[in-house]
Design a protein around this ligand. Structure first.
Ligand code: WT7
Length: 687
């Protein structure tokens, strides 16, 4: 099968059109790609933007099955900063992902699962398979006391039961809160406490880089279930590793499933209900729970699946993102199943047993659409082209990237080596908060410009504003914002934290302008009257480490808690593979006897225990003072400039600018700013 698909699609693709003075390559889709794509006429932008509500209403009717139609005159109810789409609707995500495909596609593969151990057989789950298991598990959850609106914490890897658990929550209207497996048990605890979750679904263990990661054991070692007063813990047996099971509280998934009833009526989820919670890092303190809707979220996800991923029912879609992140939710689970396509899930690491694993998977199953992150592409590219040689990529017809800006070098390598210079490569910009893709060129319309995300989706009003809220001119930079009526898939609020919701997104420019937190440039290029945007990255204190969002404040809290630490500041340092890595500046207590190496070990341990391995600091600089404002606020922009060898900016804003000399020394600053007293040779060589 894959051979035929490959041959047919080989014709599709994109062609190179021009190279302008700035050496920007611009690509457009070929006629074959246009023919295949759902959307290939740029007039869609004008049509949708003339009347966004009508556009979204039309899409909503086509893409989603509604038990209750919404009020015809209430497509969106705007009460900034709150809004509600398709008011009066009733729907269910599990019904839309499963039940409605049964009649025609009962036996079609929904999820193809590739376990990490190569000697273990892959599994194919049909729509009927998942439907059956989801119904049963929904009944299990009900028996355990889970109701509509109950938070259910899931700490699970990329295995089929994770999809089943999430869809079972959707079926009964419970809110899943899925925690990334590379976070620490402590992070599970924080999220369970914050949400008031009384149930955890996890696994005995799973495979990662040839090792078994024992999740339940780690939960027990941290006494997490006791600390949060959990009433139930469901344990899926994946690795058959030894686990402790507490009578009455801990249950094996397979045992519960044995006696579960076969059918569970899907709950009607309305426009006033929520669909799920997902914790994400912000600018201060602890992660907060983004609340998503059900129906409006599904519309955004299903539409982008067609618009941007051009997902057809005969495609095999692979999003490499983990289910613990929004990309995993929207594009590894709900999106593909809403469309009735087939999605690939892979349990393990990209470089196990060697760095050709992903390329082998694409070839083995005939993946047609491949969605991944720049950090992964950079890592696989750095390993050397010999790992891709001999692999057959002819099944691929579209590539997509997400998580951070993809630099033109990486873009070209991905495009040429994996996409064989014929697959469009779309750079999709979005956030946990937007639920689905916000900016991207469309595969059948283009253009595809390395380093440039593209315009917003049709029907989305967006802009780049300066500090005063004025739109910037073409080729100038500012902050990316979204204007009313926003997009249906956007967050509905932050759970139990309305103040923070307003502060993070609606305070910079007022409540009718959504502030993304990202810097952006208007490129001067247009499609369908819409300006293509280049996103430059976060302007707040949020880092993107290997595409994973981390708040500097979160790490600071953990390190600050150590006895020897007086003060700490964390900034993102550039990294060739991971994009950004955490760099720490630490002021130690006077007279600490431990060596810096011992302190390093302690700090790394604390971070790994409290936040998780994803947040492991790259480097810690021990210094005697940190630059502060008169009011005692640490000036992070100096620290960022130092580790990135960039300009620091006006140093007179600091109460104690003299400390910068020492900081420049420890960081071996080589940037353009002159720092009084600092005579680092590297700096002088740079002048
Ligand atoms: C932040 C959101 C959306 C799923 C993955 C991350 C950055 C994301 C791009 C892109 C430039 C990007 C932004 C954004 N980002 N995609 N294509 N180009 N930047 O979700 O953890 O909520 O992080 O990721 O800075 O604000 P997230």
């Amino acid at each position: 099968m894959s051979v035929n698909v490959g041959r047919r699609l080989k014709e599709a693709g994109i062609k190179w059109v021009e190279e302008d003075a700035e050496n920007k390559d611009v690509y457009v889709p070929t006629d074959e790609m246009k023919e295949k794509a759902y959307f290939s006429d740029e007039r869609i932008y004008a049509e949708a933007n003339n009347n966004p509500e009508e556009f979204w209403a039309k899409q909503a009717k086509e893409l989603i099955y509604w038990f209750d139609e919404w009020d015809a005159d209430k497509v969106v109810n705007l009460e900034p900063p709150y809004f509600n789409w398709f008011v009066g609707n009733g729907t269910n995500l599990s019904y839309n992902c499963l039940d409605r495909h049964l009649e025609e596609n009962r036996n079609k593969a929904a999820i193809i699962w590739e376990p990490e151990p190569e000697d273990e057989a892959h599994e194919v789950l049909t729509y009927m398979d998942i439907y059956r298991e989801v119904n049963k598990f929904a009944n299990v959850l009900k028996h355990l006391g889970v109701k509509k609106g109950s938070p259910v914490t899931i700490w699970m890897p990329m295995i089929p039961e994770t999809a089943i658990a999430a869809l079972a929550c959707q079926r009964i209207g419970a809110w899943h809160s899925i925690v990334y497996t590379a976070f620490a048990p402590h992070a599970v605890r924080e999220r369970m406490e914050d949400a008031g979750s009384k149930i955890l679904i996890t696994v005995d263990g799973f495979y990662r880089r040839g090792k078994i990661i024992e999740l339940k054991k780690r939960i027990d070692e941290g006494e997490i279930l006791e600390k949060v007063g959990a009433e139930n813990c469901v344990v899926v047996r994946r690795a058959n590793s030894e686990v402790g099971m507490k009578e009455g509280r801990d249950h094996y998934y397979d045992k519960l499933m044995k006696d579960a009833e076969a059918y569970c009526e899907p709950e009607v989820i309305t426009s006033n209900d929520y669909g799920f919670l997902l914790y994400t890092s912000g600018t201060t303190g602890k992660p907060k729970a983004v609340m998503h809707s059900c129906g409006a979220y599904s519309v955004g996800v299903a539409l982008t699946m067609k618009l941007v991923a051009d997902l057809h029912p005969d495609d095999l879609f692979w999003s490499t993102a983990d289910i613990g992140w929004i990309t995993g939710h929207s594009y590894a689970l709900y999106g593909p199943l809403l469309i009735g396509a087939t999605v690939l899930w892979y349990e393990g690491a990209p470089d196990y047993p060697d760095v050709s694993r992903w390329w082998g998977i694409i070839e083995k199953y005939g993946v047609t659409i491949f969605y991944t992150a720049p950090t992964a592409i950079r890592a696989l590219r750095a390993a050397g082209d010999e790992w891709i040689e001999g692999h057959d990529f002819s099944s691929l017809r579209l590539l997509a990237s997400v998580g951070e800006p993809i630099d033109p070098d990486t873009w070209k390598w991905f495009f040429e080596k994996i996409g064989e210079s014929r697959c469009p490569l779309v750079d999709t910009y979005w956030q946990t908060e937007t639920g689905g893709i916000l900016l991207s060129s469309l595969p059948g319309i283009g253009p595809f410009v390395p380093g440039v995300a593209g315009p917003a989706l049709p029907g989305v009003r967006y802009d780049v504003l300066d500090a005063n809220g004025e739109p910037v001119k073409q080729e100038e930079s500012g902050y990316l914002v979204v204007k009313p009526p926003f997009i249906p898939s956007m967050l509905r609020g932050l759970y139990k934290n309305p103040e923070k919701y307003v502060e993070e997104y609606w305070s910079r420019y007022g409540t009718d302008t959504y502030f993304s937190g990202d810097g952006a440039i208007k490129t001067g290029m247009e499609i369908g009257g819409q300006t293509l945007i280049k996103v430059t990255g976060r302007i707040d204190d949020v880092m993107e480490v290997a595409g994973h969002r981390l708040g500097t404040a979160e790490l600071e809290e953990v390190v600050q808690d150590l006895e020897e630490v007086v003060d700490v500041a964390v900034v993102g340092k550039q990294d060739a593979i991971k994009g950004e890595v955490p760099a720490l500046f630490v002021v130690l207590e006077k007279g600490v006897e431990k060596s810096n190496e011992d302190m390093d070990r302690e700090i790394v341990k604390a971070v790994r225990d409290k936040v998780g391995p994803v947040a492991t600091p790259e480097v810690t600089y021990y210094v005697s003072d940190l630059p502060e404002t008169e009011s005692g606020k640490i000036i992070r922009r100096f620290l960022k400039g130092l580790v990135r060898n960039e300009l620091l900016g006006d140093m007179t804003t600091a109460r104690n600018p003299e400390c910068l000399k020492e900081l420049a020394e420890v960081t071996q600053y080589r940037g353009p700013q002159k720092i009084p007293g600092y005579t680092g040779t590297a700096h002088l060589g740079n002048e």
